[in-house]
Structures are given as structure tokens and as C-alpha cells.
Write a protein that binds this ligand. Structure first.
Ligand SMILES: *Cc1c(COP(=O)(O)O)cnc(C)c1O
Length: 239
């Protein structure tokens, strides 16, 4: 477990993940209303990657957060076996999102561990997920990741290939694609990327948009995000 030094004394508890999470939830609801949206139409995925089960636990037990995101299958398995069991003892059901790249040899474990897989982005993964879902009889919700910036080092289907890939997932592999996910380039204004994701979703009749992180979630809410993925603004910086 990571040892955390106590932060500087802060009268409103702003250095505490529970306090930050509660304030963030209120800010998201306020932002949604300001954009003419229903607050409950924007859901918060608390990104807990790199933080230990004990560090995450108060956000579940005290703040009542049940929706989390992890980017590594192997990190998530033991951590969330533990946290799901602890949450279940309080009558809470966890909804865990995979937001990092998925290798096809981890597909079976991913299906067992995650409720939502946000990073479907190539045929091999689509085919493997289809086969393993059949075998497992458990059906995680699936989002397609779009590389809106066309960055060569980044995962995700290219925008110009998105329609064909979504059709392939649906028609060839029988997968239900409920959402799109994007991580815009770090060095560009994010709004055009969020808007593009919305356009691709709309023409493919996809309802869920996973976009917006600690630095840019207000813009994402304005541009139609139904899930925002926020880590450091809740848990602090990741070493
Ligand atoms: C780490 C991560 C986040 C959260 O980023 P923060 O800047 O810490 O809010 C969101 N989405 C993905 C895909 C991530 O890997």
C-alpha cells in the first residue's frame, strides 16, 4: 500500500478524496444544468488506477461511489475482487469500466472482471470478445474507442474507419455497441474531438459518450458526454 503523507491542513477537506469526490459530483450536476441537461444524464466514472484498494475504499463506503475505471486488467483483478466483496457487504454493487487497452489474450479475464469495456478498437478484439461472451454467458456493455486525433501511438479506431468498424462489430460479430470513448490529443483544444465523437455516435445510433477527464470534463459535459472519467481530481496525482 502507498503511504500518503497528510496534505496541508485545509478547512474544507479539499485534500481528501471523499470530499473532492462529493464536490466534483455537485460540480458535474451544476455544469449539466447550466448546459440545459438533466444532471443524471452525466455519470461519473471514478478512475482509481494506481491507487490501492484501501485508498479507494472510503470513496465507496463514505461517499457511496459505485462506478469506477481501471486501465489495466491485471491490476484490476485482485483489487476489485477485494473491493467488490467489501462493497457487497454494504449492499452496494460496483460497476467497473475498462478504460485501457485490451489484449485478446486477456479478453476472458476482462469479461469476468469488468461490467463495461470501453476500448473495443479492432477486429481481433471484437471477434475474441464475441466468442468469450458466448462462452462466459456474461455480457459486459461495450464501447468502441475512437482515436479522434489520428495519433499513431494511440489506441482506438480512426474516425474514418469508425462506421465500418461499428458495423463489423454489430453485423459480423453480433456485438451490441452502446457507446463511444475518446482520449483527445494532449496538446490540442479538446472541443473539436468531443464534437467529432458526438457526430460519429449520432450517425451510428449510439447513445453513450465517454469523454472528459480531470482537466476537461466541463467541456465534455457541454458537448454531450454521458460518462466522464475523472481520476486525479478525486484521488490526487499518480506519482
Ligand atoms: C487515467 C485516465 C483517465 C483519468 O485521467 P485524470 O486526468 O486523472 O482525470 C481517464 N481516461 C483514461 C482512458 C485514463 O487512462
Amino acid at each position: 500500500m502507498k503511504t500518503t503523507l497528510p496534505g496541508p491542513a485545509h478547512p474544507d477537506g479539499a485534500h481528501d478524496p471523499v470530499a473532492r469526490l462529493i464536490a466534483l459530483r455537485e460540480a458535474i450536476a451544476r455544469r449539466a444544468r447550466d448546459c440545459g441537461r438533466a444532471p443524471e444524464s452525466v455519470r461519473l466514472v471514478a478512475v482509481s488506477k494506481t491507487f490501492s484498494a484501501d485508498e479507494v475504499w472510503p470513496t465507496i463506503a463514505v461517499a457511496g461511489q459505485t462506478r469506477f475505471g481501471e486501465n489495466r486488467v491485471q491490476e484490476a483483478i485482485p483489487k476489485w475482487r477485494d473491493l467488490r466483496a467489501r462493497a457487497a457487504a454494504l449492499g452496494k454493487t460496483i460497476e467497473l469500466h475498462l478504460i485501457g487497452p485490451l489484449q485478446s489474450n486477456k479478453a476472458r479475464e476482462a469479461i469476468d472482471t469488468f461490467d463495461v469495456i470501453e476500448t473495443v478498437d479492432r477486429e481481433k478484439i471484437a471477434a475474441t470478445l464475441a466468442r468469450e461472451i458466448e462462452r462466459a454467458g456474461k455480457r459486459p456493455r461495450l464501447f468502441v474507442e475512437v482515436n479522434t486525433g489520428g495519433e499513431p501511438q494511440k489506441a482506438g479506431v480512426l474516425p474514418e474507419d469508425a462506421d465500418a468498424f461499428i458495423a463489423l462489430c454489430r453485423d459480423t460479430h453480433g456485438l451490441t455497441i452502446e457507446g463511444l470513448m475518446a482520449i483527445p490529443p494532449a496538446d490540442e483544444p479538446v472541443s473539436p474531438h468531443f464534437a467529432l465523437l458526438g457526430v460519429i455516435a449520432k450517425r451510428n445510433h449510439i447513445d453513450e459518450l465517454s469523454m472528459g477527464m480531470s482537466a476537461d470534463w466541463p467541456l465534455a459535459v457541454q458537448l454531450g458526454a454521458t460518462y466522464v472519467r475523472v481520476g486525479s481530481a478525486i484521488f490526487g496525482s499518480r506519482g
